[in-house]
Ligand binder design. Structure first.
Ligand SMILES: *[C@@H]1O[C@H](CO)[C@@H](O)[C@H](O)[C@H]1NC(C)=O
Ligand SMILES: *[C@@H]1O[C@H](CO)[C@@H](O)[C@H](O)[C@H]1NC(C)=O
Ligand SMILES: *[C@@H]1O[C@H](CO)[C@@H](O)[C@H](O)[C@H]1NC(C)=O
Length: 138
């Protein structure tokens, strides 16, 4: 039992390295910090609205994001869990919407990604790595 627990922890630790990593530009938008906003206002509505009717219902709230790979015709990225790492900080977010470019994250997540300098750094480069959805409690 113990060794299988250790093994799965190791898989969790090392699988992000095995997965593709990409560099993305990240900006923040405090609209995503409003917990009462309906999921029905997002591109991910059809995928997420049933389980998470509002932003605040997502287990990682207020760590949410829009991402450019979510489009009207491709919502497979909805509800995915991502690690974002910059030179000065890191955060983990759940994708709930589309974005024009890269990732658009909550102010709260931007705080962590920029080492609490989000107001100084509007556009931050980060390494994005997809994590298992269970890491984000989904
Ligand atoms: C959108 O979701 C919100 C929050 O669940 C709800 O109050 C509102 O009635 C919904 N609007 C529509 C058009 O379904
Ligand atoms: C849909 O989005 C996923 C990422 O969520 C991507 O891997 C896939 O290539 C996209 N498919 C199309 C047809 O764009
Ligand atoms: C992003 O990944 C690249 C390639 O692995 C690495 O060289 C770079 O240092 C990483 N940047 C950060 C901020 O972790």
């Amino acid at each position: 039992m113990r060794s299988s627990t250790v093994a799965s922890v190791l898989v969790l630790m090392f699988s992000p390295i095995a997965l593709a990593q990409s560099t993305v530009s990240v900006i923040w938008n405090s609209d995503y910090d409003t917990s009462s906003t309906g999921m029905n206002t997002t591109t991910c509505a059809t995928v997420l609205d049933q389980s998470y009717p509002t932003f605040g219902a997502v287990p990682t709230f207020p760590y949410l994001a829009g991402a450019s790979f979510v489009t009207d015709s491709n919502t497979t990225g909805c509800g995915t869990c991502w690690s974002l790492v910059s030179d000065v900080g890191r955060t983990t977010v759940v994708v709930i919407n589309g974005a024009a470019d890269g990732f658009v994250i909550t102010e709260e997540a931007a705080n962590d990604l920029t080492g609490h300098h989000q107001f100084l750094w509007y556009n931050v480069q980060a390494n994005a790595t997809q994590l298992d959805a269970s890491v984000c409690g989904l």
